[in-house]
Design a protein around this ligand. Sequence first.
Ligand SMILES: *Cc1c(COP(=O)(O)O)cnc(C)c1O
Length: 454
Amino acid sequence: MSDTKFNLPEDRIPKNWYNIAADLPEPLAPVLHPGTGQPIGPDDLAPLFPMACIMQEVSAERDIEIPDPVREVYRLWRPAPMYRARRLEAALDTPAKIYYKYEGVSPAGSHKPNTAVAQAFYNKEEGVKRLSTETGAGQWGSSLAFAGGLFGLEVNVFMVKVSYEQKPYRRALMETYGARCVASPSTETDSGKAVLAENPDSTGSLGIAISEAVEVAAKNDDTKYSLGSVLNHVLLHQTVIGQEAMEQMEMAGDDPDIIIGCAGGGSNFAGLAFPFIGAGLRGGKQRRYIAVEPAACPTLTRGSFAYDFGDTQHLTPLVKMHTLGSTFVPSGIHAGGLRYHGMSPLVSHLVATGVVEAKAVHQLGCFEAGVTFARNEGIVPAPESTHAIKAAIDEALVCKEAGESKTILFNLSGHGHFDMQAYTDYFAGGLKDEEYDHAALDAAIAGLPEVAAE
Ligand SMILES: *Cc1c(COP(=O)(O)O)cnc(C)c1O
């Protein structure tokens, strides 16, 4: 058996998703209606999501069965490999052991198809014809395009305009899978028209694109909305990652002390960490868990833990999460998948209760870490994933300093093959450590909605 690459056989694809809500000492704050400010029930969400996903969103059942047709699609790339980064350890001259779970082996190149396939399946089961969604850098759009195509659903993607123009290959990938992709803000929705009326040159944001996608689902009976991160059911679907990694760590004869993931909306971090955290909450080993975000979009480290909207036009329900304010537009860093004003309520709750640590890192250090990783391990990481690598290297160097051997496991959430322009810019010296606008952040946080239930 290899001591570097840990592969599980196909029949070890998990049979259940793991729902951390079953093990939380305190429940999450309720989701509130955007109009009334009162807690909402499943029926309020029915125009947007299939009932199966809504029930998962509010479920307290620990194990939720993965439908066979979903596991059948997972077989295309799961179980995903886990590696020990022996060459990286040697290059860093650290006594730490570094392992990484690699989610870039999926058809779309990231962890996102784990939930895209499940969401497409449930929508198809409930007779939905079309899915409406947003995408920033294009990873979610291409994942849903792939999954929707497999289940015979039309997929309509609102892609943030600046990315639409900068990343033509991601758009081409979505179209190859059969999806329709429009630049957001668009003239296809009232939300898009409202933004354009105010600012005809708007380059868009995830918050605006979400408004457009939600509006289309709310207005069309045959269309539902699909979100690639943040929500409980999305994080649930990602827990196949951590369940596999637990078995792979056993194969490796090791047990992680520190578990690390980058955090945009929180789903790949949660996917890896939640099964381990759950074991700890049930009395098992205590570990450190680190969610790593960009210093230019410091949701967990600088945001408020408060009720906020998920979108700019305030069409979504209010959820309690770490947020920079729905009007905050982060600067144009290359890790587009980490540029969101909000954060998963579950990850926020675990940070607020001290179970998970949050750390913010600057983009240049991340690219440096990504290049070091590529030169030693061969895989060119997505700019988002370099945030996890940076934190893993930092921890390995702390071990070196202390002469202490810890076992580190991080999630390599995707490859960077569609992001080579970012690397080109980095090598040309054209990147800088973007700061966020402190005054704009203060203003956005001051504008958070007032909510009675708090
Ligand atoms: C979308 C994306 C992320 C960020 O999303 P999370 O929900 O926080 O996981 C991270 N890495 C990659 C490769 C992505 O595509």
